[in-house]
Design a protein around this ligand. Structure first.
Ligand SMILES: *Cc1c(COP(=O)(O)O)cnc(C)c1O
Length: 463
């Protein structure tokens, strides 16, 4: 018990320091340095048990050499922030240490999941009482569910006979969509060549006419993914126009709202997802925009029965049909997993604690980002280049492109070494490496964004 109290102290100290701006975001070491062992902290597993004192040191140092993703100056990922209610939810979940597959061993959590999914479907705008869903291990898996369920809807015999039972099927998604759609086409046996990429406009949104032009003879167009909040630009595809084309050609419409789905909670910003109620399935990651601790992602399906039909294997040792309670609550056979982590409780608890606050926060967050930059981002992604003074006189040609491409990785490396802040970078299409700052951390203020820009200037000034 004493040990537990000491661990709690380590954790609460960590939490306190995470919000303290004089604490660094990270204490970076290269892999070989960590593997060689730090003072008093050795990653190697030994043959002898260690003392509880050492175990406490190990706990403390594990946090010390990690990255404070909840720090107000961490802008590196779409999932940031350290929400205290959410954290408590995760602790309680681990304490309960149970499994979502049956009502039998997770009665409260299973009901919370059902009620939360129902609420989410209502927010999407589907008629009351319709639909289904499940929490999955992340948006990539939720997107994979959508492709599986679509295939089951149109070609249920694939479940037993395999892809040979279906004609050549193609999927469509934006060139800016998340790579998990491509991964799903590979993993599910469609093949990446049967995923057709759609052109986007200058703000990264799908051009619907390109979809219509690509729905041609020779294959069966089956599935369209529209992204609500692309990962890099934060673009929102025009769902209504895409839905019209899906209806015309009888294609499944999935909305990947892993990043932007949180805006459905905002009266002011939900119009960016107009038409989402016409989707057949929706991915929504509360662990991104809504700040729920990792991980927490839902796949919502409009038609009831498909998840079960597609995935059920009726394992007799778990899902006995003669249990003396309503076995419809044994949701485990809808999943592609067997055991399933309890991702619902922290979200349910946060929802209870702050639904109104969350709404206001999302609105404030998005409104505040806009005036800093010269264009109007659609979401809280802000993509930009930093042009060091030495490149400013150069004409916009090949030489400048080549040199500019190297700027972001160099600044990022210096930033990691110094540990003061973190932001991501990437190339995209023709565009050389640029920074992508994302804001989803309620602890970040305007001054933290200014700080990031000042740090970029400090590191990049002499490049
Ligand atoms: C992050 C993201 C995903 C993947 O979600 P994970 O939870 O990381 O698996 C899918 N789609 C979009 C648009 C995303 O931004």
């Amino acid at each position: 018990m004493q040990f537990l109290l000491e661990v709690v102290e380590i954790l609460t100290n960590y939490v306190r320091k995470t919000f303290d701006r004089s604490t660094k975001v990270l204490d970076f070491h290269h892999p070989h340095q960590l593997l060689e062992g730090m003072e008093g902290f050795n990653l190697e597993l030994s043959d002898q048990p260690e003392s509880l004192e050492q175990i406490l040191v190990d706990c403390r140092d594990t946090l010390k050499y990690g990255v404070r993703t909840g720090h107000p100056r961490f802008f590196n990922q779409l999932s940031t922030g350290l929400d205290i209610v959410g954290l408590v939810g995760e602790w309680l979940t681990s304490t309960a240490n149970t499994n979502m597959f049956t009502y039998e061993i997770a009665p409260v959590f299973v009901l919370m999941e059902q009620l939360t999914l129902k609420k989410m479907r209502e927010i999407v705008g589907w008629p009351e009482g319709e639909g289904d869903g499940i929490f999955s291990p992340g948006g990539a898996i939720s997107n994979m569910y959508s492709v599986m369920i679509a295939r089951y809807k149109y070609f249920p015999e694939v479940k037993t006979k395999g892809m040979a039972a279906a004609p050549r099927l193609v999927l469509f998604t934006s060139e800016h969509s998340h790579y998990s759609i491509k991964k799903a086409s590979a993993a599910l046996g469609f093949g990446t060549e049967n995923l057709i990429l759609l052109k986007t406009d200058e703000r990264g949104r799908v051009i619907p006419a390109d979809l219509e032009a690509k729905v041609i003879e020779g294959y069966v167009p089956m599935f369209v993914n529209a992204t609500a909040g692309t990962t890099v630009y934060g673009a929102f595809d025009p769902i209504n126009e895409i839905a019209d084309i899906c209806e015309k050609y009888n294609m499944w419409l999935h909305v990947d709202g892993a990043w932007g789905g949180g805006l459905l909670m905002s009266r002011k910003h939900r119009h960016k997802l107009n038409g989402v109620e016409r989707a057949n399935s929706v991915t929504w990651n509360p662990h991104k925009m809504m700040g729920v601790p990792l991980q927490c992602s839902a796949i919502l399906v409009r038609e009831r029965g498909l998840l079960q039909g597609c995935n059920s294997m009726c394992a007799g040792y778990l899902f006995q049909q003669d249990k003396q309670y309503d076995v419809a609550y044994d949701t485990g056979d809808k999943a592609i997993q067997c055991g399933r982590h309890v991702d619902i409780f922290k979200f349910w608890l946060m929802w209870k604690a702050k639904v109104g606050i969350l709404r206001r926060f999302l609105s404030a967050l998005i409104t505040n980002v806009v005036p800093i930059f010269s264009y109007q981002p659609q979401h809280t992604n802000v993509c930009f280049w930093y042009l060091p003074p030495s490149l400013r006189g150069l004409p916009d040609g090949e030489e400048r492109r080549e040199r500019l491409h190297k700027v972001a990785p160099k600044i990022k490396a210096m930033m990691m070494e110094s540990g003061t802040t973190m932001v991501g970078y990437q190339p995209q299409g023709e565009k050389v490496n640029f920074f992508r700052m994302v804001i989803s951390n309620p602890a970040a203020t305007r001054s933290d964004i200014d700080f990031l820009i000042e740090e970029i200037e400090r590191f990049g000034n002499d490049l």
